[in-house]
Design a protein around this ligand. Structure first.
Ligand code: 4LI
Ligand code: NI
Length: 183
């Protein structure tokens, strides 16, 4: 079971590395790892598990955050329109995105960042992601709003990008051009 002490915190160079593509079909080892990552995200949203193991809640986790520099991530959440997502994804790739942007009005948090970093994080409002699921099927996900934000945050980790890299240093709370808050 993945616990908080296995989560790599900012400052560790692995979080700034570009990850390697996963050889497909995925090995049993890579499938086991991704399955554990998905279970961790689920556990982090379960009151009992949070209390028992002092977990920080999250809706996504990328492999570099547990010290593995591979292109795989797990997400588990319900968006603001009650649509649920639960995936382990190998080699996710953003095929296309909107010009319009969106953002979380309260900013973003990250399990690898043990501090509040205030500010608006501009994200594409709509994205199309191609990936191979934990179950081995190729999917094309058309995402918008919160789901688009979460996937961009986690895919960023696979390219060594942290959420605060996107915050406007001159005016962190200035909504980006052509944007509407995710709701
Ligand atoms: C909707 N709330 C806000 O926006 C938000 C609101 C206030 C402050 C900040 C800073 C916010 N920002 C933010 N809040 C989250 N959580 C809200 C609480 N939640 C959760 C908590 C408890 C049980 C179950 C769950 Cl589900 C877990 C997820 N998550 C992310 N991010 C950025 S994208 C990846 C994702 C992530 O998993 N980070 C660890 N940002
Ligand atoms: Ni993160």
């Amino acid at each position: 079971m993945i616990a908080m002490d296995q989560i790599i915190r900012e400052g560790d160079p692995i979080l700034r590395q570009k990850t390697e593509k996963v050889e497909l079909p995925a090995s049993e080892e890579d499938k086991e790892t991704l399955s554990e990552m998905l279970q961790f995200v689920k556990n982090s949203q379960d009151d009992e598990m949070v209390k028992k193991y002092q977990l920080r809640p999250g809706v996504g986790l990328a492999a570099p955050q547990i010290g593995i520099s591979k292109r795989m991530l797990a997400v588990h959440f319900t968006d603001f329109h009650d649509k649920s997502y639960s995936y382990g994804l190998f080699n996710p790739k953003i095929l296309s995105h909107s010009v319009e942007k969106t953002y979380l009005q309260n900013g973003e948090g990250c399990l690898s960042v043990d501090r509040d970093v205030p500010g608006i994080v501009p994200r594409y409002a709509r994205i199309t992601v191609k990936a191979t699921t934990l179950e081995g099927e190729e999917v094309k996900l058309r995402l918008k709003g919160y789901a688009a934000i979460v996937l961009q945050h986690e895919i960023d980790h696979l390219d060594g990008v942290m959420f605060y890299d996107h915050i406007n240093q001159d005016n962190p709370f200035q909504p980006p051009e052509n944007s509407t808050p995710a709701e």
